[in-house]
Design a protein around this ligand. Sequence first.
Ligand code: F6P
Length: 326
Amino acid sequence: MSEIKRIGVFTSGGDAPGMNAAIRAVVRTCIYYGKQVFGIYQGYNGMIEGEVEELGARSVSHIIQRGGTILKSARSKDFRTPEGRKLAYETLKKHKIDALIAIGGDGTFAGLNVFYNEYKIPSVCIPGTIDNDLPGTDYTIGYDTATNTAVEAIDKIRDTALSHNRLFFIEVMGRDSGQIAINSGLAGGAVAILVPEEETTIDEIIAKLDQTAKNQKKSSLVVVAEGGKSGSAIEIAQKVTERFANFETKVTILGHLQRGGVPTYFDRVLASKFGVAAVEGILKGKNNVMVGIRGNTVVYNTFEAMQEMSPDIDHESLRISKILSI
Ligand code: F6P
């Protein structure tokens, strides 16, 4: 066993359902292995400002089912500066924290990598983001819950769309990633799915709507990822309406409701596996890595290795959706 005695844990970037289950797993695994564990509040901002508190097994009771993060989260500008990182290091020194576990997305891991290179604090990242846009893992914590939330909303919109013979453009989250759009669109029976990774022209959208209208479709749902190349759901809806008047058109933006809510069993189990793996990894000497899941196996990827991989979108789901949306 390593000499690590005091581990800090924090959540950073956009929150994701299942982060609390990951915090619980980290805290209890530390205690199981006889280590002290400290919660750092508000992500890197709290590290800079010294918002640190020791956690015990009971500090994380009754949170496995709760959305959000009890440690709060932030996107820190100050941590991007050497001065900010120096202050963060001072906080860790003051509390004698000798290893870090971060729960967050690509920005969180990038920050941790810079910090590791400067201060050599052993660190492991747990992928927590609804976007599921990190290479090196099949799933990130929160994606399953967020996608289920989107599907539930799409189902409800379908009811009213059908009642009024309307065309709906439904915008889901994913600034740079179409993962939520693709699989909520497939599960929700969307006629078209627009993602940031692939260009779909207005002509193509209209051709698809035209074809389905000719096939007697009385209402249609188009799912748009917020960072879609063809524009926002509002912009696309406007352009389509100008040229295709067969349907009355409405837009629904699901927004941050996708970030909250009770995590699914899948996200809780994933978070529990990642939390245990992060602590066991750090105690076995893993450094500057992100835990991930491939198939049913937990893996560790270095920051450098992840730069060589590209997050790929689910082309197969997109292909299937195109076949089924005739
Ligand atoms: O990264 C997660 C995410 O929810 C993205 O899908 C979205 O674009 C972004 O965060 C929104 O960030 P914020 O909550 O800071 O507005």
